[in-house]
Design a protein around this ligand. Structure first.
Ligand code: ZN
Length: 311
């Protein structure tokens, strides 16, 4: 058990100056014995690239619908059900996309509303963002939304108080803390396996970080997204197997647009530098996911938690 005190650095809002002590407790994992339940979770953050990456005020386009179809084609081919963390604005714009995911047996959870980073918000703004994130996806899905992943892993040391707001809004699980330092996000030396965060008021959130391969003092994200596009496939597979050997679940994420190599050519106002970086590895991404998924046991987050005795 650890009491984590966020270091005072890079304060971006008045509210973030409020110190929120969090109690961190490692979750007790029971190695899975039911072979019908998946050991690792395949999760998809459902958003429209231009709106989520370049202009938060841009409309949501039907590119997201077509790209989700590409994800579903790969999942169907592999016989895997996934957990879709849907952005609220996407759910609001295309509710039938969300209800169809539920009808096909996938899990639907929340990925913010606006895609603005959470560390840019004060408490009132965050409360509103999370309320809308939960309600819009629940309205579209017709199912309860209990898990959250922040846009761009935007819960950092400086805004860990966001965990308290997540609990207030009614979320029970979170996968927003990237458990190592990275260029744009992450908290150094954070627990790599599932753990409980208890906030000052006593509410408890199950935190489920994405997959990090740990070898001695070295840590390498094998978490999906850009890491899946950049790293050699054998490194990804070795990392995921190493996580399995360490007796913890691997949580992998991706975005629907990563399954589409052609989309970036449709944006005439986006610089070639951005499209080159964003497009790197997209051409082989669907094939790569389709190769990696059948080699390990993947499925919905809720089933993975049940497999490891956490639900
Ligand atoms: Zn996102």
């Amino acid at each position: 058990m650890t009491i984590f005190a966020p270091p005072a650095r890079r304060t971006t809002t008045e509210a973030s100056k409020t110190f929120v002590p969090l109690k961190i407790e490692e979750a007790v994992l029971v190695p899975p014995i039911d072979p019908s339940l998946p050991r690792n979770a395949f999760t998809i953050d459902v958003e429209d690239w231009y709106q989520s990456s370049l202009d938060y005020d841009a409309p949501i386009t039907d590119r997201v619908v077509r790209n989700v179809d590409r994800v579903l084609a790969v999942l169907d081919e592999c016989g895997v059900k996934g957990s879709f963390f849907v952005q609220g604005r996407v759910a609001e714009t295309y509710p039938s996309l969300v209800s169809a995911l539920v009808a096909e047996g996938h899990e639907v959870q929340a990925h913010g509303y606006s895609h603005r980073p959470l560390y840019s918000m004060n408490r009132d703004e965050l409360r509103q963002e999370l309320d809308r994130a939960k309600k819009t996806v629940e309205d579209a899905a017709g199912t309860a939304v209990t898990a959250f992943r922040a846009q761009d892993f935007s819960i950092l040391a400086e805004n860990l108080w966001a965990i308290e707001t997540l609990a207030e809004v009614g979320f029970e699980m979170d996968s927003s803390i990237f458990p190592m330092r990275s260029r744009h996000y992450g908290i150094p030396n954070w627990p790599l396996g599932p753990h409980y965060l208890t906030v000052a008021g006593g509410a408890r959130i199950l935190e489920i970080p994405v997959a990090i391969w740990s070898v001695g003092r070295l840590k390498m994200p094998v978490a999906g997204g850009g890491y899946f596009r950049v790293l050699p496939r054998r490194v990804i597979e070795r990392g995921l197997r190493s996580i399995a050997d360490a007796n913890r679940p691997a949580i992998v994420y991706c975005h629907p647009y990563e399954f589409n190599a052609d989309e970036l050519g449709e944006y005439s106002d986006v610089s070639r530098r951005v499209t080159a970086t964003q497009g790197f590895g997209r051409a082989s991404f669907a094939k790569r996911v389709g190769t990696v998924l059948p080699k390990l046991s993947f499925g919905r987050l809720s089933d993975v938690l049940a497999a490891w005795g956490l639900r």
